[in-house]
Design a protein around this ligand. Structure first.
Ligand code: ARG
Ligand code: ASP
Length: 712
């Protein structure tokens, strides 16, 4: 039925088919309506109600938002949870010290009393989803200005949220879909006592490091284990030793039956954001301007860091997390450019826009939308460039970024703010200060500053170049930067602590007059006055135009189901286990194994230094029930459409059993946030058998395996 519809639309309108096989991140509430038939045809054995239901326990009850940007999966009736190592990284790092270096050595709680609480780490369960489009847009008249429209929408959303929560502690969120053509309500329950249970050493959890990041074949054991605790009534509670393990409505059984190429798989998680419907101009801006700029700026930062990190282990540890964060997007941007070029993404979009405009010539309201968007992109470009340079060149300097954190405190000086509030802010800053100084090396920062500042001055539009002569900048950048460092207080931990601990009002003056703070403030004021307002208003107009454009696309393609861009709400992706052919003469097999870890082993390369214990297990072939053909499976690839935020998402089989943890995508298909390529776009998952093997044989934490339901 669906296939006929697609053929029909293509024949009649002749557009490029945007929805390719396995493309899409679908709303769980609408699976019954739009996807279940297709899913079952492809091998799914459950019903839509098994995925999402408000009447019975279902798989969505076993999935959580983990922290602020990942997904987690319940795997036992005692609140045991799996997510990625890179999602638990912050928590693991906070518990690490020289005496207990859990990042390096791993951590395993051998009983519940050893599990470690994590203030600020929460998980959110999704209670329900509701289509509230009518409630949000029902009383919005046609001919309102965008401003008037927004006021009404904001009020409607507030009302919906308040009604949804009532007297409860639940959290409500209303999000726009299809650029504000539809709205959905999400109601969450947040649990606040989440404890660290286990993490492999980084040499397993981060094996391959940045070298292998975004790349197949992959051998990263990217998992960590937590447990959710609740009060005696199984309700959310702040951390307390009296709390008990949370009893989930539903947890995922784990299948170690094995996977084969062609097997149906699906992913249920929280993809953060995609841009499937942006125009050719937008792709051009990203591919030809934004990504190259940002890559070039990060190249400089990473070069400086690499040189220092290669020289010295202490430095490597201090900068490991920063380096990983900076290089993650840097590498993705590079891959996006290659992928968009290979796919002729711009030409295809131009072609599609032509078809759209032809169709729109008979539909007045959409007639000019594409050309108006073109105008916006023409106007916004220099602001986007400036904004990128602000973030990637000015605020990328650690000391400037750190000084900026004091802006709020300094503002409190003039405002009539109670001392108590100020003290809270000061305490917060003191904590941040500890984190900052713990991993700060001035010579790295200064070298980076020396590289980035001249680049800002030579590449950003003249009108966004602030006058820093008052601060002493002539044309000798490094001399200027040297003078900033030698006269600032922000690089002096003791002085900063002393200052924050003393009650004197003069302290504000010291901070305010600090040259690094002034440097930041000069840029900040310029941006607040000249860049952000224009940028925001153009961006708003673009969004409003996209609302119309999207509406037009949906009308033009009314026989086709279009998926809404990801927006960090729960989604279903589905596809199959499948290798690929990335280049002439090269085939990617869908599975990697422990043998590949041993192949990569090289004690001289930090990213490939396999722990001795793992090598021993390899030698003795002590694989237990996780063995397949004399080895242990490690990672696999499939055609599920995923993005950032899907990390930690369960990869499930046709019966809803857990077979893997999603954690990455394959280099050749990495542009899938903009254009999904069925030939090359693959999600990378950790095979659940490798997780269990590490927990069982490497860590000796059989008690955790015993808690799980394993299907052999
Ligand atoms: N590329 C994956 C994602 O976007 C994994 C990132 C963590 N690993 C790393 N080496 N930086 O999150
Ligand atoms: N690694 C990403 C994450 O952390 C997943 C991806 O971008 O494919 O969510």
């Amino acid at each position: 039925m669906k296939k006929i519809a697609i053929v029909f639309t293509i024949l009649f309108f002749g557009f490029v088919n945007l929805n390719k096989a396995d493309e899409g991140m679908w709303i769980p509430l609408l699976i019954e309506k739009f996807n279940i038939e297709d899913m079952q045809e492809k091998g799914f054995k459950l019903s839509a109600e098994d995925i999402y239901s408000i009447n019975k326990a279902c798989i969505k009850d076993a999935i959580v938002i983990f922290g602020r940007g990942c997904t987690g999966d319940l795997v036992s009736d005692q609140g045991l949870l799996l997510t990625n190592h890179h999602c638990g990284y912050g928590a693991i790092q906070k518990h690490s010290s020289i005496e207990h270096d859990y990042l390096t050595d791993g951590f395993w709680a051998m009983n519940k009393t050893q599990e470690l609480p994590n203030p600020n780490l929460t998980v959110k369960f999704l209670n329900r989803i509701e289509d509230v489009t009518d409630k949000v847009l029902g009383n919005v008249a046609e001919n309102l200005s965008e401003k008037e429209r927004e006021v009404i929408i904001v009020a409607n959303i507030e009302k919906i949220k308040t009604e949804a929560i009532g007297e409860t502690q639940l959290i409500a969120s209303v999000k726009p879909f299809y650029y504000g053509n539809q709205y959905y309500l999400f109601v969450y329950e947040e649990y606040k006592d989440v404890r660290l249970v286990g993490a492999p050493p980084s040499a397993i959890g981060k094996f391959g490091g940045d070298t292998d990041n975004w790349v197949w074949p992959r051998h990263t054991g990217d998992f960590s284990i937590f447990r959710i605790y609740a009060d005696k009534d199984n309700k959310p509670a702040e951390y307390s030793p009296d709390n008990v393990p949370y009893k989930p409505k539903k947890f995922l059984p784990i299948s170690i039956k094995g996977i084969n190429e062609g097997d149906f798989t699906w992913v249920l998680g929280y993809p953060g954001g995609t841009m499937q419907y942006i125009t050719s101009d937008a792709i051009k801006l990203i591919k030809d301007v934004r990504n190259p700029d940002r890559i070039m700026l990060r190249d400089k930062r990473l070069d400086v860091m690499n040189a220092y990190m290669d020289r010295n282990d202490t430095i490597r540890i201090k900068y490991a997390s920063k380096h990983a964060r900076i290089s993650n997007s840097w590498k993705r941007w590079k891959g996006e450019i290659i992928g968009l070029e290979r796919l002729n993404a711009i030409d295809n979009k131009v072609e599609f826009e032509k078809e759209f405009n032809e169709w729109a010539s008979n539909h007045n309201e959409y007639k000019n939308v594409v050309s108006e968007l073109t105008n916006i992109y023409g106007n916004i470009e220099k602001y986007v460039v400036a904004y990128d340079y602000y973030r990637e060149a000015i605020m990328a300097v650690e000391i400037v970024n750190f000084a900026a954190r004091f802006n709020d405190l300094i503002k409190m000086k003039d405002a009539d703010i109670e001392k108590e509030l100020r003290d809270i802010k000061i305490e917060e800053l003191k904590k941040r200060m500890q984190d900052f100084y713990k991993d700060y090396i001035q010579s790295i920062d200064q070298e980076i500053f020396n590289e980035l500042l001249p680049m800002y001055y030579s590449n950003v539009d003249q009108e966004f170049i602030p006058d820093l002569s008052g601060l002493g900048l002539s044309d000798n950048y490094s001399q200027f930067i040297e003078s900033l460092f030698s006269s600032t207080i922000f690089n002096n931990k003791d002085k900063m602590l002393e200052l924050l601990n003393s009650e004197s009002e003069d302290n504000f003056k010291v901070l305010e007059n600090d040259p690094v703070f002034k440097f930041y403030k000069t840029f900040n004021e310029l941006y607040t006055n000249e860049v952000f307002p224009v940028y925001d208003s153009l961006d708003n107009r673009a969004n409003n135009l996209y609302r119309n454009y999207m509406k037009g696309i949906m009308e033009m393609q009314k026989h086709k189901v279009l998926f809404p861009d990801a927006n960090f709400t729960m989604r279903v992706s589905y596809g199959e286990v499948k290798g690929s052919y990335p280049r002439d003469g090269v085939e990617y097999i869908y599975q990697t194994t422990l043998d590949g870890i041993i192949e990569k082993d090289n004690p001289n390369i930090y990213d490939y230094d396999v722990p001795d214990k793992l090598k021993d297990l390899y030698k003795t072939k002590d694989y237990g029930m996780y063995e397949v053909d004399g080895t242990v499976p490690v990672c696999f690839i499939a055609t599920n459409h995923t993005t950032g935020g899907n990390s930690g998402s369960p990869v499930l089989d046709s019966e809803g059993n857990l077979i893997g943890l999603n954690f990455d995508r394959v280099w050749e298909g990495i542009m899938s946030d903009m254009v999904f390529d069925p030939e090359q776009s693959r999600n990378i998952s950790l095979d659940i058998r490798y997780v269990l093997f590490i927990v069982d044989k490497f860590a000796g934490a059989q008690h955790l395996i015993n808690e799980m339901t394993i299907i052999e």
